[in-house]
Design a protein around this ligand. Structure first.
Ligand SMILES: Cc1ncc(COP(=O)(O)O)c(C=O)c1O
Length: 358
């Protein structure tokens, strides 16, 4: 008899990362930072390599202290993980399973679908309108099987923002036995005050997730954190491997969080390049929703036009993200990279728009 995986694992597909053709070329396909991490983080990581014979601190003590200070959140609510992906997967595994639904929105971060599939939960989508999450549509899609509502704010791949007041309205309208997950991987790019959302975590029915992969430029170090009430954290701790964040990554993360000025400058520069790139694309005639992230979504007249643009950019060594997997074959997602790369991308897309009459 041939070896068989569990039926729900056989039935799922692997989580698709971007097709960026190798690690040796810069890519605008993965929403990595345009800037390296803080020099203080690099130095701290270098120093920490000498302690690599020791297992990392499974309680992330120094990192939780640093996060609590920098974000004004309660230290005891913080859990850290190997990227927010680990925390997303563990939360979904702990609170969903066969016969239950994880309710997300049309264009929520796809990894949540993969995390639901691996525990045999159904992944259901509420409609978005004009690339924006509609809280009313989320509430209308609730069923007795809904155990988790997963929303991204700001969103990936749309880049758009939900007003925090709308998220508070969502929480107030959800039943108490439905866990609300608010994924804020791009939270540092959102100019709304996050404290009202952070405060939801204390209720015991909401988790808020953050990442150091974007604003802090630490995607390769794999660090995320989130706010979890004690009764939720206790369940996650049963399935989380607390040694997952390496000693080197922990040291880098602490130094990066302590260097808020560097992070804020990187976010400001990225946002500035983004806004000028988006405006240039709109002037050329493309539809580009307002982004509060380190990328933009560009909508073309049709899928063939998006594919032509993808090819033209690839031909010039600029790899961006196709979105057919989200049902958006007429769109591309373009990460904000260094200014000169964005200038080249804008020239190529402007010329393309002029050549073809979409
Ligand atoms: C919305 C969203 N959430 C979570 C993640 C995962 O981030 P991390 O690198 O912290 O695992 C990403 C990565 O692109 C993302 O876009």
């Amino acid at each position: 008899m041939p070896l068989k995986a569990a039926a729900h694992i056989e039935a799922m597909s692997a989580f698709a990362l971007a097709n960026f053709g190798g690690y040796d070329q810069p890519t605008l396909a993965q929403n990595e930072s345009a800037f390296p991490p803080s020099p203080k983080a690099i130095e701290a990581g270098r120093d920490a390599t000498a302690r690599s014979h020791l297992y990392p601190d499974p309680d992330w003590t120094l990192l939780r202290d640093a996060i609590a200070r920098a974000y004004g959140v309660e230290r005891d609510l913080i859990l850290c993980g190997a990227g927010s992906m680990e925390l997303i997967a563990c939360t979904i595994a702990a609170f969903a399973g066969p016969g239950t639904d994880v309710l997300a929105t049309d264009y929520a971060y796809n990894f949540a679908a993969s995390a639901a599939a691996r525990v045999g939960a159904a992944y259901v989508k509420a409609r978005e309108h004009g690339f924006e999450v509609s809280i009313d549509a989320v509430l209308a899609a609730l069923t007795p099987a809904t155990r988790i509502v997963f929303v991204c704010n700001p969103g990936n791949p749309t880049g758009t923002c939900i007003k925090n007041t709308e998220l508070l309205r969502l929480r107030a309208a959800l039943p108490g036995d439905v866990l609300l997950m608010i994924d804020q991987a791009y939270g540092e790019f959102d100019d709304q005050d996050p404290h009202a959302l952070f405060a939801l975590a204390g209720r015991g029915d909401t988790v808020v997730l953050r990442s150091l992969s974007k604003a802090y430029g630490l995607a390769g170090a794999r660090i995320g954190w989130g706010l979890f009430a004690p009764q939720i954290a206790a369940e996650l701790r049963k399935i989380q491997n607390s040694n997952q964040v390496s000693t080197v990554s922990l040291a880098m993360a602490v130094a990066a969080i302590e260097d808020q000025a560097y992070m804020r400058a990187a976010v400001a520069r990225t946002s500035d390049i983004r806004d000028r790139f988006a405006q240039g694309l709109r002037t050329a005639g493309y539809e580009v929703p307002e982004s509060r992230t380190n990328f933009v979504l560009v909508r073309f007249a049709e899928a063939a036009a998006a594919a032509a643009a993808d090819n033209a950019l690839r031909g010039a060594g600029i790899v961006v993200r196709g979105l057919a997997g989200y049902g958006l074959a007429d769109c591309l997602r373009i990460t904000i990279g260094p200014q000169d790369v964005m200038d080249r991308a804008l020239r190529i897309l402007t010329a393309l728009r002029g050549r073809l009459c979409w």
